[in-house]
Design a binder for this molecule. Structure first.
Ligand SMILES: Cc1ncc(COP(=O)(O)O)c(C=O)c1O
Length: 395
């Protein structure tokens, strides 16, 4: 048995995925036409699986800011924040993010993934505990592993399950980081944040909320689930790669200790800082997010239109309308075949196969953008209508 033998299984999976035409994990976007359309396989395709919630990737202000930064500061920083890569614009973005959330402290990371593993691994270690929602994103599991803390899971969105598990931890509960997402990335359901926060406080544990899919999406001013449920979390993390249309991640906190994570977080210290143009487009996108609530309104109109259209066709969907619309499939094979048919009909969505879907089922995951037109949403619904009927799949 050599180190390379395990790749035989991966090769078999790759071949199975290829069996239906396009390998869903290997789609090439040949040309980007707009925030909602690309050319794939030589054909204009509606992009309905991009997380581009506010449709800001082609915003003229963001593009102009990125071009200016390229001219003024060059293509990259060629160093980490601890060394030569700590530009004034990184610090300004941190101030702007902190100000947006109304928290005193903020840190910017090179990706959302790095923000999660970087914050978690600085905060907890051996002898501490991490209590994760069962549906938490892979980066949160990876952050738990990297931290060396003991990892526990509680039942998805279940405050009673969290309470029971924290009770069992005894005095370790006060050294426990409770990790939840504001809006879950696969089924598009919200966390019952107020209840989860109350339980966390009752056990003197710390609350960590990943708002990757809720920044710009939920809350009166787009601050996410913490704003919607009026909860002050100990740590709020998020990404710039979804509603802000760039790359990077952040953590904000009311705790001064966050300023010291810069000396304790290896995923912060040992990687290059974000390029100046990325910081510039992110800052411009944050201005748009704050100034144009109508983007959030269009996003939700589109989300409701897609959710109700697919529900009327009889598909089994995620628990509530949201910009993430999950369509349940009866089998992996059916999901693969339907994903391919949708692509052939000019609609790109995400294929989620077991074990990635929460309860081990297969899903077709759509994500909606403020930039979709009602006609595009109707074309997505029409493409779903043309899928073969399967009595097990539709209610
Ligand atoms: C919930 C959640 N957290 C973190 C991340 C990581 O963000 P990024 O892709 O910007 O590194 C993602 C990305 O999909 C996510 O869905």
């Amino acid at each position: 048995m050599s180190l390379l033998d395990k790749f035989d299984a991966l090769e078999a999976t790759r071949r199975e995925l290829l069996g239906h035409g396009t390998n869903p994990t290997d789609v090439i976007v040949e040309r980007v036409i707009s925030a909602t359309e690309s050319v794939i396989g030589g054909k204009p395709t509606i992009m309905a699986g991009t997380n581009n919630y506010l449709g800001l990737t082609f915003d003229p202000e963001c593009i102009a800011a990125g071009k200016r930064a390229l001219d003024e500061a060059g293509t990259g920083t060629t160093g980490s924040r601890m060394a030569n890569g700590n530009y004034a614009s990184h610090a300004e973005l941190e101030r702007e993010i902190a100000n947006f959330y109304g928290y005193p402290y903020a840190m910017v990371f090179s990706t959302g993934y790095a923000a999660n593993i970087g914050t978690m691994s600085a905060l907890v270690g051996p002898g501490d505990a991490v209590m994760l929602d069962g549906d938490a994103h892979a980066s949160l599991f990876d952050g738990s592993k990297l931290s060396g803390a003991t990892v526990y899971r509680f039942k998805h969105n279940d405050a009673e399950s969290l309470d029971k598990r924290l009770r069992r931890l005894g005095e370790v509960a006060s050294r426990t980081l409770v990790i939840v997402e504001g809006l879950y990335s696969i089924l598009g359901d919200r966390a019952p944040l107020k209840e989860l926060a109350e339980v966390t406080r009752a056990h003197d544990a710390c609350l960590f909320v990943d708002e990757a899919h809720s920044l710009g999406v939920l809350g009166e001013t787009g601050r996410g689930r913490v704003e919607e449920d009026q909860v002050e979390a100990d740590f709020v993390v998020g990404t710039f790669s979804k509603s802000l249309g760039s790359t990077g991640g952040f953590c904000v906190s009311p705790h001064r200790a966050l300023t010291l994570f810069r000396y304790a977080s290896r995923p912060y210290m040992f990687t290059a800082s974000p390029c100046p143009s990325v910081i510039a487009t992110t800052r411009a996108a944050l201005v748009q997010l704050r100034a144009r609530p109508e983007l959030r309104e269009s996003l939700w109109r589109n989300a409701e239109r897609l959710y109700s259209g697919l529900a009327q066709l009889g598909f089994t969907l995620g628990p509530e309308p949201s910009p993430v619309v999950a369509v349940r499939m009866t089998s992996r094979e059916q999901a693969l075949a339907n994903w391919q048919q949708l692509l052939d009909n000019g609609v790109y969505i995400n294929l989620i196969l077991p074990p990635a879907a929460p309860d081990g089922t297969a899903l077709l995951r759509c994500s909606v953008s403020a930039a979709h037109t009602p006609e595009q949403i109707d074309r997505i619904i029409e493409a779903f209508r043309q899928l073969p009927r399967d009595p097990g799949q539709r209610e």
